[in-house]
Design a binder for this molecule. Structure first.
Ligand code: GDP
Ligand code: MG
Length: 318
């Protein structure tokens, strides 16, 4: 990013060492290659939603890694895919927008499968925005452990051929292999710059969104068959009460009365269980006790309704 915050702004720059680096890192790749898992490994916190289903990450997620010598702001993008609904179109735009904003681009691929058309298209998209250094992150290398070295090399070479200017690195985000080396490569590629955010801040306004994503993750884990993707979560209130308690009021929006009935269950039993599981995750994320006030509402066809999309926070950047 080109503009620095004002010197008299909120962020204290006093203790920064000479040569402090900072910048924005776009994490790009098709759905399910491990972008969220990698973010979590790099940030050592459960910030981005991880799910075996593709396309669960629908929004730009800022995760902030503050080290003594650098501050890295990650932009986790949704996978790039073909748009079929207004929400789908939004996802493609967001993914493409992250590239020109970035100081470093991580092009994430899944080496357990050969490159496909989607990988080629994304590589093309990145190549068009030349400028920022690109690291080709060859993820899920653990899945090739059983294969001969030549086979692994050949697979990695196929991906490297998509983007010859990129610096390749093999990693396993789930096992943590190569993650430290990746961090070192990112730091080396960042320009010198100030801290954009306070050191103790994991994200700017993202905690609320992360809380919403965690609740949504619980819904998908439990009811993925019954309510596929027809769920949005809005945080209505997010308040610290004392040092050790966070009060969260959240609404789960579904598209049909039948989905609402499933989520609530007999005498509210299903919703109670969902709330307990979500609360445990939220307490992990926030490091406080959580009082979770959970509601279910029907908002018909919200995925096709631009007003509903806006209301649920899917803003288009202009
Ligand atoms: P995203 O859609 O790109 O954000 O992908 P996720 O981070 O949600 O990961 C998709 C799936 O791939 C999850 O089931 C992860 O556990 C799995 N996964 C991610 N990284 C690795 C890896 O390095 N090795 C293996 N074996 N699985 C991984
Ligand atoms: Mg994701």
């Amino acid at each position: 990013m080109s503009s620095y915050p004002d010197d008299d702004g909120l962020v204290d720059q006093d203790d920064l060492p000479e040569g402090h680096r900072s910048g924005f890192v776009a994490v790009i790749g098709k759905p399910n290659v491990g972008k969220s898992t990698l973010m979590n490994a790099l940030l050592r916190e459960k910030l981005a939603i991880v799910s075996p289903r593709p396309q669960t990450t629908r929004d730009r997620q800022l995760g902030i890694l503050t080290l003594p010598e650098a501050q890295v702001i990650f932009i986790d993008t949704p996978g790039i895919h073909i748009a079929r609904t207004p929400l789908g179109e939004y996802m493609v735009e967001v993914a493409a927008e992250a590239i020109p904003d970035a100081d470093v681009v991580l092009f994430l691929v899944d080496v357990s499968e050969p490159p496909d058309e989607a990988d080629r298209q994304i590589a093309g998209l990145i190549a068009r925005h030349e400028g920022a250094p690109v690291i080709l992150v060859l993820n899920k290398i653990d899945l090739l452990d059983g294969q001969p070295e030549e086979a692994r090399d050949a697979r990695c070479a196929e991906f490297a051929a998509l983007l010859p200017g990129a610096a390749p690195l093999r990693i396993s985000a789930t096992e943590g292999r190569g993650v430290e080396q990746l961090q070192a490569m990112i730091l080396a590629a960042l320009p010198e710059g100030p801290r954009y955010y306070p050191a103790d801040q994991l994200t700017d306004t993202q905690l609320r969104e992360n809380a919403a994503e965690l609740i949504r993750e619980q819904v998908l884990l439990r009811y993925g068959q019954e309510v596929p993707h027809a769920v949005a979560v809005q945080i209505e209130e997010f308040k610290e009460r004392g040092d050790d308690m966070t009060y969260i009021r959240a609404i789960i929006f579904v598209e049909k009365d039948s989905q609402k009935a499933i989520l609530i269950g007999k005498k509210g039993a299903a919703l109670k269980e969902l709330g307990q599981a979500a609360r445990a995750e939220l307490e992990d994320l926030l490091g406080t006790q959580v009082y979770l006030d959970l509601w279910v509402k029907v908002l018909k066809n919200w995925r096709r309704d631009p007003h509903a999309l806006r209301r649920l926070g899917y803003h288009k950047k202009d």
